[in-house]
Design a protein around this ligand. Sequence first.
Ligand code: GRF
Length: 197
Amino acid sequence: MKQVAILISGGGSNMIRLLESMEQPGHPARPCLVLSNDPAAGGLVRAAARGVAVATVDHRPFGRDRAAFEAEMQHVLEAHGAEILCLAGFMRILTPGFVARWQGRMINIHPSLLPKYRGLHTHARVLEAGDGEHGCTVHEVTPELDDGPILGQGRVPVEPGDTPESLAARVLEMEHRLYPAVLRRYAAGEREPVTFP
Ligand code: GRF
């Protein structure tokens, strides 16, 4: 049974779907911790309400010393026996040192069809470009931002009249389907990419 820690910075809608998925019979993983860099992250309350251990490592006291912040996160992760990390709306850039320790055991969801649209504001950029489709990607985390082996992708249409908000909502629904499907396979050691629809 793989022990999964989920890292969040905000509301944690993806984290909730991952928790729900791991409650299903036969799932090869269970949640050991929900960790946030922001003590005010709404996802912490939602996770605690489901009986999952939560912790905060506030990045602000560490200032620019990313390594010290990550060393504290590492301590908390080890204390909870984490074996797989799921980044879910985690908004801190991780140093190559931290990534090296977890590479091959750390995955992330990004709101675009990578390798297109790495970085932020993906929905506005897709509309700007006039693309007909958009989506989300779950990938293994490597030192290069939003790069790394793709484990799953979910495609959604761009509709006429879409705004960044309406498109983001459609992509988020797909994220909520894709991430649990990928984690279930990933925790079982399967690496064959998942594609939706
Ligand atoms: C989502 O758009 C996701 O793609 C990105 O963070 C956003 C918020 O996710 N990683 P959540 O609702 O906090 O899971």
